[in-house]
Design a protein around this ligand. Structure first.
Ligand SMILES: Cc1ncc(COP(=O)(O)O)c(C=O)c1O
Length: 368
């Protein structure tokens, strides 16, 4: 019995297909290919769910980051704080704006951006913006980070590509702050399109208008040029339909995470789990465990694969260690280096059964 990392078969049920094809058929009949009624419906419902005033759909999560930076006026030569552990796109967006990434260190325990490092890096470098990442689906400590950035007048763009439906510790949803918050709806995300899509949430009317203008070639009363980063109607139709079940599916992910947590803790293995404090609030996009070093991780990965268990090593290198980013050396990177190469993500999807989790945990036990 194999345990898949993702499970699209149970996600895309025959009932879902029938409803979706009805929507596609309507789009076909009305020739409403871009920015149609499902875009409007999704934008309004997703904004409401995440307690934001506006949601603006765009073409993908990387565009969402780039457009958010542009909306804040970040451009050539500006410095932007980026966590030392994240997906390439966070740094790519900075570089695509002609700006310079400055590394902010992370907390080894979670991989989330470290508020103390944020404070030091902001004091040492003149940053125009920072981009905390809600990595694996856990919320970064925005209360502390907001207060540091407010004192120094630094804009914040929260990269929530992995965190649809996640919560802060105060119970508020991600997207509810006064920052721009960006999402990716890549097919493997908790809330996913049938291709690429992304979104930006904001409480600001002014920034919402700017983002709308940028995503559609500058077409508005604002006197500026933009680009094409529209989200097409078919993707919006998928997202709008999937939105109905995201809360239920995130609850199922949480149950899987709790099950992993209890079983792996009880086994007393030489692996480090994420802290219990994330159990209730994370969107559990991924379930990473940390081992002592990259050699053990490679062996564990091979062992799991041999037993047909889907697993992925996230993240192999700290950002500044990547060949393509080696010229960017400013900032703090010690803990990111310590964490890189040591995490492996176990299968995580809402449809994992008791026996799947049992197989994963007993295979890990057997390895050690
Ligand atoms: C943290 C993070 N930021 C940004 C992105 C980019 O999203 P997209 O692939 O939709 O451009 C991803 C995608 O996986 C991500 O994980």
């Amino acid at each position: 019995m194999s345990v898949p990392f993702y499970n699209f078969n149970d996600l895309h049920t025959p009932e879902f297909k029938a409803e979706l094809f009805e929507r596609f058929s309507k789009i076909y009949d009305t020739n409403g290919f871009v920015e149609g009624e499902y875009n409007a419906s999704f934008e309004s419902r997703f904004a409401q769910m995440q307690e934001a005033k506006h949601c603006l759909l765009v073409a993908n999560g990387t565009d969402a980051l780039e457009i958010a930076l542009e909306a804040h006026g970040v451009g050539q030569g500006d410095k932007v704080g980026v966590p030392g552990i994240t997906f390439y796109a966070t740094a790519e967006a900075v570089l695509n704006r002609g700006a310079i990434p400055v590394w902010i260190d992370i907390e080894t325990e979670s991989g989330l951006i470290c508020p103390e490092s944020t404070q030091r890096v902001i004091e040492q470098h003149k940053l125009k913006a920072i981009m905390p990442v809600h990595i694996y689906g856990m919320a970064a400590d925005m209360e502390k980070i907001n207060s540091i950035c407010e004192q120094h007048n630094v804009a914040i763009i929260e990269d929530a590509a992995q965190a649809q439906g996640a919560f802060f510790e105060n119970g508020k949803p991600i997207g509810s702050t006064h920052n721009l918050t960006t999402f990716s709806f890549y097919p493997t995300k908790n809330l996913s399109a049938f291709g690429d899509a992304g979104a930006i949430l904001t409480q600001s009317d002014e920034l919402a208008l700017k983002i709308k203008t940028i995503r559609n070639h500058g077409r508005s009363e604002l006197d500026m040029l933009g680009r094409n980063s529209r989200c097409d109607h078919m993707q919006a139709a998928v997202l709008d339909l999937k939105l109905e079940r995201i809360e239920e599916y995130n609850k199922m992910r949480k149950a899987v995470a709790k099950h992993y947590h209890t079983t792996l803790k009880a086994a007393e293995l030489p692996v480090t789990l994420l802290s219990d404090r994330h159990l209730e609030t994370s969107s559990w996009h991924l379930y990473p465990i940390r081992v002592a070093n990259s050699e053990i991780r490679e062996k564990l990965q091979a062992h799991l694969q041999k037993h047909e268990i889907g697993c992925t090593p996230f993240y192999d290198q700290a950002m500044h260690q990547m060949k393509v980013l080696k010229n960017f050396k400013e900032g703090e990177t010690k803990k990111a280096e310590e964490l890189a190469g040591r995490s492996i993500c176990l299968p995580m999807n809402p449809f994992l059964k008791e026996e799947d989790i049992q197989k994963v945990t007993s295979t890990i036990k057997a390895f050690f």
